[in-house]
Design a protein around this ligand. Sequence first.
Ligand code: ADP
Ligand code: MG
Length: 249
Amino acid sequence: MIEATGVRKSFAGREVLRGIDLSVPRGSVTCVIGPSGSGKSTFLRCVNRLERPDGGRILVDGDPIGYEPYRDGLRELRRRDLARQRRDIGMVFQRFHLFPHLTALANVVEGPVGAGRPRAEATKEALALLDRVGLADRRDAYPAQLSGGQQQRVAIARALAMRPKLMLFDEPTSALDPELVGEVLDVMRGLAADGMTMLVVTHELGFAREVADEIVFFDDGQILESGPPSRVLTAPEHPRTRDFVTRVL
Ligand code: ADP
Ligand code: MG
């Protein structure tokens, strides 16, 4: 579902992604771990083209992200076409970014209706999604009336409403009070069990161990180590991975 090769990105002459190769098979869960500043968020933002890589390429479901076929080759997508391509990729951030003036239900309905789906159909589906994240009874609540965990669950429902092919999560529980982390991870566990392809940046190593098919350790803009949780988390090969894992656990 994701095939990244040689992805590079610099900011102001400093290289923060130094050739990332990563593939995420359809229906699998990959967890990205690693120290702060190692390029995890930048890589996720390259996958849905919130950042434009300086080099390498990223295919999502076979399509080069940010490009379209043109004559014999490819050309860069214009802004509006990029937005259409991006709809296939759900993203959930550390901060929930819900529309504060809209109810939970309206937050979920907004995207699909904006993309041209009939409102009645979008509303029906949004209600089912709110139910799926355990918030059917809070459909009329505004974000300020919801806990952080509930807001994040609405944010997940909102991303799912676009019927994405894959979901990117960037530290979705890092801004939450500890007692609210579990309810969000439960929703993510459910998504994984339903076969959603997921790329998840997280410090929740317990979750990663249990749910991830593959763990990828980022360090200083490179992938230092990757493999199944049983190896990378339990018997890391690289001293820096070992260091990180023992510090976070
Ligand atoms: P992580 O998510 O692993 O903590 P980031 O991808 O956020 O790391 O950041 C990697 C490096 O790139 C950091 O040094 C950060 O300061 C820098 N960086 C990220 N985004 C920008 C930006 N828009 N402009 C300049 N520097 C940035
Ligand atoms: Mg980050």
